[in-house]
Design a protein around this ligand. Sequence first.
Ligand code: BDR
Ligand code: CA
Length: 346
Amino acid sequence: MEKNPDGIFPAGADMVRAATEFKCGDLLRLGTEMPEIRKIIIDTDPGQDDAVAIMAALASPELDVLGLTVVAGNVPLALTEKNARKICELSGRPKTKVFAGAIRPMVRDLVTAENVHGKTGLNGPVLPDPTMPLQDQYAVDFIVETLMREKSGSVTICALGPLTNIGLALVREPRIAPRIREIVLMGGGLFEGGNLTPAAEFNICVDPHAADLVLRSGVPIVIVPLDCTHKVLTTAKRIAAFRDLGTAPGIAVAEMLEFFERFDEAKYGTDGGPLHDPCVIAYLLKPELFSGRHINVEVETVSELTLGMTVADWWGVTNRPKNATYLLEVDDQGVFDLLVERIGRL
Ligand code: BDR
Ligand code: CA
């Protein structure tokens, strides 16, 4: 078990919980021969990058997607829930359960991001209106019910949007906290700063109070922040690899990413924009592609100037309790190879 010269351990969920120094791949190799099928709930606000994450998850036999819980974020809830169903149908998985959740953040007014994602939230490809049903149950109730029903420690939550649904579930039934295996969330930024404000990343800033609640919950948390996702760029060559799959899902992903990247390309002057949310699914499938540190991360909920900032104690300058694994480094080509391979299965 080696630590690199920076003292950065390869990240991995159970590794962190046990405070060991295993490489993530070692953990898998040390486990039983039978590949584990991981039960997940995807909480999401699609969003083109959410869409690619959902598609990759639905294509992955290692993951059992118990349901998609949808939240208001990139666009209002009426659109995000519809987009989630469009993506399931595009993926050929119309039986996937999709639940609508919070229509707005806990305290703040909703801030949306049509400037990034387009008017529908899923601009790019022309996708038909979904015919599969939206579940009747409220997403927050589904999260609570599922966690209370399934074996304790068996369900992982993948959070790809503002954390409102998850925060509400934790308030509604605090007994779910110790039953959650792990929350892997896309959000926050340290060295990269923010993308909604100079200090704050979109998912955290839209509902900082929910994010604060989640980070204080005691649940094992892995954070995939901008520091990581800004290294995973949708270059022309990488988008071509999706299109070259020649399938409806592959072509739709290429069209989504071409629309999605234009905003960040203009902003950062890069070939390609950051592909945020699929990193969460890539982490579950291949944690060895990522590395980070287990540190203290807290959210600013008071200051007007820095509201929603993730204050991450990367250098360990405080004694505040370590509550999250903060991913910083990523094998970006490895992530794209994985995603293309998975989308190619749909
Ligand atoms: C996050 O905000 C949304 O725009 C994306 O879908 C992603 O979840 C990136 O800051
Ligand atoms: Ca998202």
